[in-house]
Design a protein. Structure first.
Length: 242
């Protein structure tokens, strides 16, 4: 029986790219998201399974995860928000929503998958998604930076708690050209301007982040846990201009 990888946000830009990479490695993607038509089409393409759930509905999310066929070798939580506002315009509802989707949803997804992950014969792997905005101060990013900062805290806490049976890591991309970021990337001048801020002067692609997540889910990263892997064109650490 082939191993299963649970992909929450499986029909999104990064999630769908990761589903295809997982299937190419002989794994069964179990896709979870809010778009049944997209999930069903991708499941057909990859030989996977799917279930519909909103990550803010813990009951539905738990049921969707528990439908994954075993054995379950890993989980990737490919969900987030791009809520860019100055502090004066942010409401408590903004903060609560961004935290619920990025951080609390990840914790609840892992909680639901934990029994299956613990039963896996090898070492299972969990991959979460943060953002370069956590390590770099960007104006208008207060809510997303708080939410994704919580994801990084969750990553290292669970890497310690679940070792040695389960590895936990996170990918922290810079701006990536996916449907979620379309409000920023659809403007050609803005996209080009942001791209030039990177030492490798382009925007990220879904493939960039999916490649990193696929590596962290695979045995090729078997001695890596508790890490935040920047997939950001050098933006978190390098200044080659100015």
């Amino acid at each position: 029986m082939s191993d299963t990888i649970i992909l929450v946000g499986g029909a999104g830009g990064i999630g769908s790219a990761l589903a295809k990479k997982s299937a190419a490695r002989g794994l069964v993607p179990h896709l979870i998201g809010r778009s049944p038509d997209a999930l069903a089409a991708l499941a057909d393409e990859t030989g996977g399974t799917w279930a519909e759930a909103n990550v803010t509905d813990t009951t539905a999310l738990t049921a969707a995860i528990q439908q994954a066929p075993g054995p379950v070798a890993g989980l990737a939580y490919c969900v987030g928000t791009i809520n860019l506002k100055p502090l004066a315009r942010l409401t408590i509802e903004d903060f609560a929503r961004d935290f619920a989707i990025s951080a609390a949803g990840a914790a609840m997804a892992i909680q639901a998958a934990l029994p299956a992950l613990k039963q896996y014969e090898g070492t299972a792997s969990i991959v979460l998604f943060s953002s370069v905005a956590v390590s770099q101060g960007f104006s208008g990013h207060a809510s997303i930076s708080m939410a994704k900062g919580a994801v990084e805290g969750l990553t290292v806490a669970l890497a310690a708690e679940l070792a040695p049976k389960i590895r936990v890591n996170a990918v922290a991309p810079s701006l990536t050209a996916t449907p979620l970021a379309e409000s920023l990337t659809s403007n050609e001048a803005m996209a080009k301007s942001i791209a030039q801020l990177h030492s490798l002067p382009r925007l990220g692609t879904a493939e960039d982040s999916a490649n990193a997540a696929d590596f962290l889910l695979s045995d090729a990263s078997s001695w890596i846990t508790g890490q935040i892997l920047g997939v950001d064109g050098g933006r978190s650490t390098l200044r080659t201009k100015g």
